[in-house]
Design a binder for this molecule. Structure first.
Ligand code: NAD
Length: 433
C-alpha cells in the first residue's frame, strides 16, 4: 500500500520504517530540512535500537523515501498518517497547533479521496476538529475520512513494539476506511480494535495515565517500605505475580519522565476538567511523582550535609534506558536541581550526551562511565541503563573521595554494596534506604 507519514520523529520514523519493512511503499515527510537531509545521506536523527539497519534496508529496497514536501506526500499516497508533536502548554492542556497546521497543509494538497490517520496523541474530540479543518481548507472539495490510530510504542523498544503490537486501535466515523486500515496492519498479526474516534483517542490518554499511575503507586509503596523497613522489590515481585496486576511498571525509582507520561497525564487531567470532571486521582499521581524527586534530592542533601561546592558523578541523562531522548528526563531535572544547590557535576550517558548538551550546561561530560567517579564526593545513578550494572565498583570506590552511592533506579544489591564498603542509598529498600 502507498503510505505517507507526516512528522519523521521518534514515532513517525519508526512507523514509516516498520510499514516499509512489511512491504508497504512509504514516504516520510518532515518540515525540518536538516533531518530530511541527514536521512537522505544515510544518517540517523535519533537513536533507537535496530532502527538504523531497518531504515537502510528499506531505503535500499526502494520502499522508504524522505521529503520535506507535504504536498508530495499527500499526492503520492492514499493514506496519510500524522505523527507531529502535541506538546503541553503551560496550563497542562495540549498545544494542537502542529495538528492544525498539518490538517490545513493536507487539505490544501488533496485532489482525490484520502484517509487521514492521526497517530499523534491528541485529546478526545480532536478527530472532529481535524475533519472540520480539512473540510474548510480543502479547495478541491474531495471526499476523505479521518481515522484515529494512536501509537503505543515505547522508545528504546520501538521497533519490537511496532512489529509486535499488543493491539492496534483504529477509531473511525464510518465503515469506509476500515478495510484499508486492516490491510495496513494485517502483516503484524495483532488484534485490531475498531471503535469510534472519540473512544480511540481516549484509549491512548487513559492507557498512558494508567501506566503513570502504576509507577506512582509503587513509588508511594516505596515510601512505606522505607518507613517500615520493608523492601519494595520484594513487595513488587509479590504483587506482580498476581496476573490481575502484572509485574511491569512496578519499579520504584526517582520518578517517571519523558516526552509522553508527564504531558499525557496533565493533558488527561485538563481534558477531564474541560469535560466537567475533576480527575483527582491523576492529580495525586502527579503529586507523588514530584514528591519522589524531592525525596531523592533530600536523601542526597541529608547524607552530604552541605551540597554547595560538593562534586557529584551522575550516571544517566536519558529519561530511561535504551534511548537518547532527554525530553522531561528526571535525570536532567535532578542535575539541574543539584546545580541550583551549588553542586559541581561530572556526567555520563551511553547515548544521550549529545542531546543533553543542549539542555544541561556547566557540567563535565565524561565518555567512560568508569571515569565519572574520579574526584567526586558521591556517585548517583539516575537512569536504568543495563550497562551501569557492569560498573567497575571497586574502581568507583577508590575514585570517590568517600564511597557513597545514591541509586535512583535500584540497580544494585543492598547487601553486596555494603560488603564492598559503600554507603549505599536506594529507593524503598529498608529503613533509611
Ligand atoms: P518528535 O518531536 O520526535 O517528532 C515530530 C516530528 O514532526 C519532528 O521531526 C518535527 O520536525 C515534525 N513536524 C512538526 N510539524 C510538522 C509539519 N507541519 N510537517 C511535517 N513535519 C512536522 O515527536 P514524537 O516523539 O515522534 O511524537 C509525535 C507524537 O506521537 C506526539 O503526539 C507524541 O505524544 C506521540 N507519541 C510519542 C511516543 C514516543 O515514545 N515518543 C509514543 C507514542 C505516541
Amino acid at each position: 500500500m502507498k503510505l505517507t507519514i507526516i512528522g519523521t520523529g521518534y514515532v513517525g520514523l519508526v512507523t514509516g520504517t516498520c510499514f516499509a519493512e512489511v512491504g508497504h511503499q512509504v514516504i516520510c515527510v518532515d518540515k525540518d530540512p536538516e533531518k530530511i537531509k541527514l536521512l537522505l545521506e544515510g544518517g540517523m536523527p535519533i537513536y533507537e535500537p535496530g532502527l538504523d539497519e531497518l531504515v537502510r534496508k528499506n531505503v535500499n529496497a526502494g520502499r522508504l523515501q524522505f521529503t520535506t514536501s507535504t504536498g508530495e506526500g499527500v499526492e503520492r499516497s492514499d493514506i496519510i498518517f500524522i505523527a507531529v508533536p502535541t506538546p503541553p502548554q503551560p496550563d497542562g492542556s495540549v498545544d494542537l497547533s502542529f495538528i492544525e497546521t498539518v490538517s490545513r497543509e493536507i487539505a490544501s494538497s488533496m485532489t482525490a479521496y484520502k484517509i487521514i490517520v492521526d497517530k499523534s496523541t491528541v485529546p478526545v474530540k480532536t478527530g472532529e476538529k481535524v475533519a472540520e479543518t480539512i473540510n474548510r481548507y480543502c479547495k478541491a472539495k474531495v471526499d476523505f475520512d479521518v481515522v484515529s490510530n494512536p501509537e503505543f510504542l515505547r522508545e528504546g523498544f520501538a521497533v519490537g513494539d511496532f512489529m509486535k503490537p499488543d493491539r492496534v486501535v483504529v477509531g473511525v466515523a464510518s465503515q469506509r476506511p476500515v478495510q484499508a486500515m486492516k490491510d495496513v496492519y494485517t502483516p503484524y498479526n495483532a488484534p485490531i480494535v475498531v471503535t469510534d474516534i472519540n473512544s480511540a483517542e481516549l484509549i491512548k490518554h487513559a492507557a498512558n495515565s494508567f501506566l503513570a499511575l502504576k509507577i506512582s503507586y509503587i513509588n508511594a509503596v516505596s515510601v512505606l517500605c522505607e518507613l517500615s523497613g520493608a523492601n519494595v522489590q520484594e513487595v513488587a515481585a509479590g504483587m506482580g505475580m498476581d496476573t490481575r496486576i502484572g509485574r511491569q511498571f512496578l519499579d520504584a525509582s526517582l520518578g517517571f519522565g519523558g516526552s509522553c507520561f508527564p504531558k499525557d497525564l496533565s493533558a488527561f487531567i485538563k481534558i477531564s476538567e474541560q469535560l466537567g470532571y475533576e480527575f483527582g486521582l491523576l492529580k495525586e499521581v502527579q503529586k507523588i511523582n514530584a514528591t519522589q524527586m524531592d525525596r531523592f534530592v533530600k536523601k542526597i542533601s541529608e547524607t552530604m550535609w552541605v551540597l554547595k561546592g560538593k562534586k557529584l558523578g551522575i550516571l544517566g541523562l536519558a529519561f530511561k534506558q535504551n534511548t537518547d531522548d532527554v525530553r522531561m528526563s528526571p535525570a536532567i531535572e535532578l542535575c539541574q536541581r543539584l546545580q541550583q544547590e551549588g553542586v559541581i557535576l561530572r556526567v555520563h550517558d551511553p547515548r544521550a550526551m549529545d542531546k543533553a548538551k543542549a539542555v544541561l550546561t556547566d557540567v563535565t561530560y565524561v565518555s567512560d562511565m568508569n571515569e565519572v567517579a574520579e574526584g567526586c564526593d558521591a556517585l548517583v545513578i539516575a537512569t536504568e541503563w543495563p550497562e551501569f550494572k557492569q560498573l567497575d565498583l571497586e574502581r568507583a570506590r577508590k575514585n570517590l573521595t568517600h564511597p557513597i552511592l545514591f541509586d535512583g533506579r535500584n540497580l544494585f544489591n543492598v547487601d553486596e554494596m555494603e560488603k564492598l564498603g559503600f554507603l549505599y542509598k536506594s529507593i524503598g529498600r529498608g529503613q533509611g534506604a
